[in-house]
Design a protein around this ligand. Structure first.
Ligand SMILES: [Zn+2]
Length: 424
């Protein structure tokens, strides 16, 4: 028995030897224009993947060295995109909205087709509901799902629950962050409409204790609270104002009545406050975004605010949202940087958002389509643009998880019979 096994091993070794030597990569993405802002790469390169990690980024890597080859000629190869504002704590608690509720969406059904490999749920779960979020969503998704914990212990359930100051406990919030440092990357404040700063100050307290950023969805306060105070007094460098181009009741917009970006907004950016697009179903207006971007005020990060109300409206997905900024004059490299290395920096996860050798192989292959396209904002107004991003291929942890036109697959006639069958 032992001898038989030994012989078989030798035969297998001999047969596999030429391939084992030459096919050191599982996947080679060939001929694409690589944009990897963190590593300063902006040129045509091949990207090789082995054992789930980036193995080599170089020109003219022989295709024989890889088991699978994806032809990315004419496309852009970028780090897998990071969306720092999404709502993916889906579930069926009919009393709840974005916390185990119907208003949140299933991550894998939206992420990979848009080049995203990391989605950050912001505020769906609070310290009390995080274990359920982890068990129900994070652990069951192929997408990397991270969390900004809501300062409200019960999370984003909607209604009076989110107005309950007694359920905003910085100490318990910080305890939960420490328990799950690899998954909880920030604290979220949203939807509070009272006249006080307590939710913000408590979130900042929890953020300071755990060295994570705070994201604020600001507005709706009666009487209104000053945006200037939020940006210059309450938020720390590295904290995030989401819905940057919104004009909602109870919040002063960043662009004033004369069409100028307010001086204290520029000052806040200088002191390190992060401005996140957070498009959503009610938070991206051309009347804000056009004058702001004309004055050079582009977002640090271009997030979706994905939920059931935004996914089929003007927002659609992250690529549609990024395309808006591309057509507003933001250079492609900066658009990619916003949702790769910059987003990773903002959530303090420098391991993500780049294509350095040894990094987990999270990759997007994007097509910049040329033509005439319409992009709708939350007021229903349309902007015409001539460029639109589309996702050809997404790789997560070295596995192809989305392949729009089969660029990583052989022709069916070239498959051995019976074929490998099915998607990976
Ligand atoms: Zn949101």
């Amino acid at each position: 028995m032992r001898r038989a096994c030994f012989c078989l091993t030798i035969i297998a070794t001999i047969t596999a030897l030429p391939n084992a030597q030459t096919q050191e990569f599982d996947l080679l993405i060939k001929g694409g224009h690589v944009i990897d802002p963190k590593n300063g790469v902006n040129s045509v390169q091949d990207v090789a993947v082995a054992k789930g990690r980036i193995a080599l980024v170089a020109a003219n890597v022989a295709r024989e060295r890889a088991r699978d080859v994806a032809d990315a000629t004419g496309f852009y190869v970028t780090p897998g995109l990071i969306d720092i504002h999404a709502h993916v704590f889906w579930g069926h608690d009919e009393e709840s909205q974005y916390s185990d509720g119907y208003s949140a969406v299933q991550p894998d059904s939206h992420s990979f087709r848009a080049g995203q490999t990391t989605l950050v749920d912001v505020g769906g779960a609070g310290w009390r509901s995080f274990p359920k979020f982890k068990e129900q969503v994070i652990d069951r998704s192929r997408t990397r799902v991270l969390s900004f914990l809501n300062i409200v212990g019960s999370g984003m359930r909607g209604g009076p629950v989110e107005q309950n100051l007694a359920d905003m406990d910085p100490r318990l919030t910080a305890m939960r962050v420490r328990e799950h440092k690899e998954l909880i990357v920030g604290i979220k404040v949203a939807h509070y409409n009272g006249p006080d700063w307590d939710p913000v100050t408590r979130a900042v307290e929890a953020g300071r204790e755990t060295n994570v950023p705070v994201m604020v969805d600001f507005g709706g306060h009666t009487p209104p609270l000053a945006l200037e105070d939020l940006l210059l007094k309450h938020l720390r460098p590295g904290d995030i104002l989401t819905h940057a181009y919104a004009h909602v009741a109870g919040r002063i917009p960043i662009v004033d009545e004369q069409g100028k970006v307010r001086p204290y907004v520029l000052e806040a950016r200088k002191r390190g406050v992060i401005f996140d697009a957070g498009h959503g179903g009610g938070s991206f207006l051309y009347r804000q975004a056009v004058p702001a971007t004309k004055q050079g005020f582009y977002p640090d990060v271009i997030s979706t605010d994905l939920h059931i109300g935004s996914m089929n409206s003007g927002m659609k997905d992250i690529l549609n949202t990024m395309s808006k900024f591309l057509n507003l004059g933001m250079p492609l490299q900066d658009v990619i940087k916003a949702n790769s290395s910059r987003a990773a920096e903002v959530i303090k996860r420098p391991d993500l958002g780049h294509l350095g050798v040894g990094a987990e192989a999270d990759i997007a292959v994007l097509n910049v389509r040329k033509g005439k396209f319409g992009f709708i904002d939350i007021a229903g107004g349309k902007m015409i643009g001539d460029q639109k991003l589309e996702c050809e291929l997404t790789v997560k942890g070295g596995q192809v998880v989305w392949d729009l036109n089969g660029i990583s697959r052989p022709l069916w006639t070239d498959l051995p019979s019976p074929g490998r069958g099915g998607d990976q």
